[in-house]
Design a protein around this ligand. Structure first.
Ligand SMILES: Cc1cc2nc3c(=O)[nH]c(=O)nc-3n(C[C@H](O)[C@H](O)[C@H](O)COP(=O)(O)O)c2cc1C
Length: 163
């Protein structure tokens, strides 16, 4: 059961036993182009004030864009959006090609047909080892309770089962 601490594959696998939803974090780069990537490190933090967090790999192509942007958005994917998740985790592709996204607060791209969308002010970016922890203050949000969420567990997409 226990693993040596320097076995990063084992640690990654252990982290992966924690089931999550799947989101796409988006913002505008300094040239005004939409950027985004698939993220499952999202978490709610606080209701009062309304805060969320997520973690971005320091090697991400988009680290500077997210650091510099005043706002970003978290798009919570639905079960039907597995292809969107894969697209925003693949490089190089034009991730926004053919996607009818809309600008939210600060221009941050909002994707259609999501379970929920959070528009946030980039409140802080904290060092977190090989990742940066972004803390966002929610300035606008919407939820679509009629849509089933896309889940991720042990390296695979899943769907929620009832009964
Ligand atoms: C389900 C799933 C969850 C992911 N979660 C994260 C995450 O929380 N943080 C992160 O930095 N990368 C995460 N990734 C990996 C990035 O989406 C992927 O490396 C992407 O290509 C990074 O793009 P970029 O370098 O253009 O920003 C995840 C990938 C998948 C498929």
């Amino acid at each position: 059961m226990s693993q040596p601490q320097d076995d990063s594959r084992a640690l990654r696998n252990a982290f992966g036993r924690f089931a999550t939803g799947v989101t796409v974090a988006t913002t505008l780069d300094p040239d005004g182009h939409p950027v985004g990537l698939t993220v499952n490190s999202f978490s709610a933090v606080s209701l009062q004030p309304p805060l969320i967090l997520w973690c971005l790999d320091n090697d991400s192509n988009n680290i500077e864009a997210f650091r510099r942007a005043s706002h970003h958005a978290i798009n919570v994917l639905s079960l039907a959006q597995e292809d969107i998740s894969n697209r925003f985790a693949t490089w190089p592709v034009d991730r926004f090609a053919g996607l009818p996204w809309q600008p939210g607060s600060g221009g941050a791209p909002l994707l259609p047909d999501c379970c929920a969308r959070f528009e946030v002010v980039n409140e802080a970016a904290y060092p977190g080892g090989d990742h940066t922890i972004f803390l966002g203050r929610v300035v606008r949000y919407e939820a679509n309770p009629g849509l089933e969420p896309l889940l991720f567990h042990a390296g695979r997409y899943r769907r929620a089962a009832e009964d």
